[in-house]
Design a protein around this ligand. Structure first.
Ligand code: DAK
Length: 261
């Protein structure tokens, strides 16, 4: 049997955290179609698994992912790309995950690797991480959301400069620009990412998913529509038993016991 292209592990309870690793080390985790299909299946299963509240995706020490698989792409025609709905068919699955996804990035996160990290909800980077959109240097442009998510994360001027030059950006620069939530020493990356995941997973899953949905609406709506949506979601949270439990636990100075209801 051939090696799986991703490795999935559900951490021992009570963590409620799943760890997904890209597993194409010989090609620096270049993202091919078969990997996208495995990832889609895994993400859908983890999203449906009540024992999982948060998903962490990582790569190797040397590469989170060095981009879409250039060997697979190089001879594709417009017609084959269009007919198979390349990228959209499987990668968009990550967008439909309702639980938080944390990208734990060490080494190269280039092209599709950087774009996949941006599809996640939080990026935590090792101090060795290198981000970039080098597609321009190989005769194409970002195609997995880079031209849309990068300017939203870091603003137009920086996004234009990063994409038009195709240069690599250090973890520190990415953090200063606003792409990355936190930079940590490389040897602590997984520990820090899993601790962040466990902290999020300790909250009511219902509230966590509501919060993710509401915060993401900020990128899809006007301020007025977004504020109205937030207010309705906030009001709706008062219909849940988790809101009663969370506030009661605070008043009684004890830990809440959420039922995700
Ligand atoms: N694809 C395939 N193989 C890759 C790869 C990639 N993206 N990146 C690295 N590899 C392979 C190398 O070919 C090499 O294989 P062997 O020669 O050993 O067989 C192996 O991984 C180790 O790489 P290197 O020998 O090059 O390692 P170095 O440490 O010297 O250099 C590097 C590391 C990351 C600087 C270098 O490998 C590199 O520049 N890689 C390419 C980075 C890149 O340009 N990434 C962007 C890919 S393009 C679209 C959809 C999507 C996209 C565009 C359009 N549409 C729907 C229209 C997205 C495009 C991309 O992501």
């Amino acid at each position: 049997m051939s090696e799986p292209l991703i490795l999935v592990e559900i951490l021992p309870q009570p963590a409620k955290v799943a760890l997904v690793r890209f597993n194409r080390p010989k090609v620096l985790n270049a993202l091919n179609n078969a990997l996208a299909i495995e990832l889609e299946t895994a993400l859908q299963a983890l999203d449906a698994d009540p024992n999982v509240h948060v998903i962490v995706v990582t790569g190797s020490e040397k590469a989170f992912a060095a981009g879409a698989d250039i060997a697979e792409m190089s001879s594709q025609s417009f017609a084959t790309m269009f007919n198979q709905n390349y990228i959209t068919a499987h990668w968009e699955a990550a967008r439909n995950v309702r639980k938080p996804i944390i990208a734990a990035v060490s080494g190269y996160a280039l092209g599709g690797g950087c774009e996949f990290a941006m599809m996640c909800d939080i990026i935590i980077a090792a101090d060795t991480a290198k981000f970039g959109q080098p597609e321009i240097t190989i005769g194409t442009i970002p195609g997995m959301g880079g031209t849309q998510r990068l300017p939203r994360a870091i603003g137009k001027a920086k996004a234009m400069e990063w994409c038009l030059t195709g240069r690599m950006v250090s973890a520190q620069e990415a953090e200063a620009a606003g792409l990355v939530a936190r930079v940590v020493p490389a040897e602590k990356l997984l520990e820090e990412a899993l601790a962040t995941a466990a902290k999020i997973a300790s909250h009511s899953l219902l509230s966590v998913m509501m919060l993710k949905e509401t915060l993401n609406a900020a990128f899809e709506t006007t301020l007025d529509q977004g504020l109205k949506f937030e207010r309705r979601q906030f009001h709706a949270s008062f219909s849940t038993s988790d809101q009663k439990e969370g506030m009661q636990a605070f008043l009684e100075k004890r830990k809440p016991a959420y039922k995700n209801q």
